[in-house]
Ligand binder design. Sequence first.
Ligand code: CTP
Length: 407
Amino acid sequence: MSNPSAHIVIGITGGIAAYKTLSLIRLLKKAGHEVKVVATRHAMDFVTPLTLQTLSQNKVCTDLFEPTQNFEVEHVALAEWADMMVVAPASANIIGKFANGIADDMLSTLFLAFSKPVFLAPAMNKNMWVNPAVQHNIGILKDRNCHILAPASGFLACGTDGEGRMQEPEDIFQKLFEKSPFSTAWNGKKVLVTAGPTYEPIDPVRFVGNYSSGLMGMQLAQKLAEQGAKVTLVCGPTHLSVNHCNIIRVNVSTADEMLRACLAAAPESELIIMAAAVADYTPALFETEKIKKTDSVLNLSLKKTVDILATLGMQRAEKQCIVGFALETENEIDNARKKLQNKNIDIIVLNSLRNEGAGFQCKTNQVTIMDKNGKVQQGTLKGKEKVADDIIHYIADYLKITTPPLP
Ligand code: CTP
């Protein structure tokens, strides 16, 4: 099942916030949408056509009267092609033109020919924004059903503080798809993802741990965040980083800390994915001083940790979907199926250490995904980024929701 990808025309006017529009284009492309850019002459003082063309993977329209392009046809064709139009940043000048029906360049001409949803993200000096002429024009455009993504307060390029900053690309992205037919199924959904190993301390300088890098869980968190989900990523010790405004990262070290972080986030999560390699055993005693090298054999006494996944499965909220991982070396399918049942979860992702290039410390993985309805999907060896796509699609199918096409 897949959502249609939207055709989006992005208008850019001359303003320093134009640099942020580059991130917006990236977000849209990564979510599987088609983007074409129309940039005004002044926009090109801030961003180059080559950058825009490279990011949008489409030719950039720059001016209505450029001799090499047939824009009289082009603006009508673009108006027909696009499902929505986003102008970011929208200067006071373009807002004035749009409100008053002036069509003296490509962007204002396109606007007049455009009959589908239009979003404007104004950016300007705070005095300009509150100027009655600008506010009057904004009022006119609102009455004509343009969506105004009102500027935020903050530090402005002119060196002052106040209302006039263009909204952040991630916020604009989110608003474009709220309740729209192109909204991704994950938009606004609350998701808990765990990743990485846990370290169980023996004494102040040693721990019991495992080789998990955290990459699989992080890819899942990143992909879901890019599709609009609000992700809490509970992460064991790893040097890897994720960077997305939809991800709240909670760093933990031990299984017990991970348990507490998960219990805090789980009640409001619609989807839980436990990709972490949680230690099954932790030292029964923590030595407060470094253990000295005295005896030839050192016996460590370990006690079982709480099974976080099983705990969440026992106290699952209604309509919550829980996904676990299973790492097996023998009787893989049978063992994974038992874990699926015993832990009372919906889906299990089976990693077999028998497959070369799969599992810990690898950039690739090969998984079999199974659910409680008996479905089994065998995967091939691929990069963990692609495996994350497969897992997310499997979950979407299980939940019978639609998602953007696989890249
Ligand atoms: N898990 C957990 N808490 C633990 C141990 C494991 O939440 N204390 C979760 C893992 O995050 C994973 C799933 O349980 O999603 C299965 O982990 P795995 O190590 O394959 O299985 P275990 O249940 O630990 O059983 P065993 O090690 O005996 O195979």
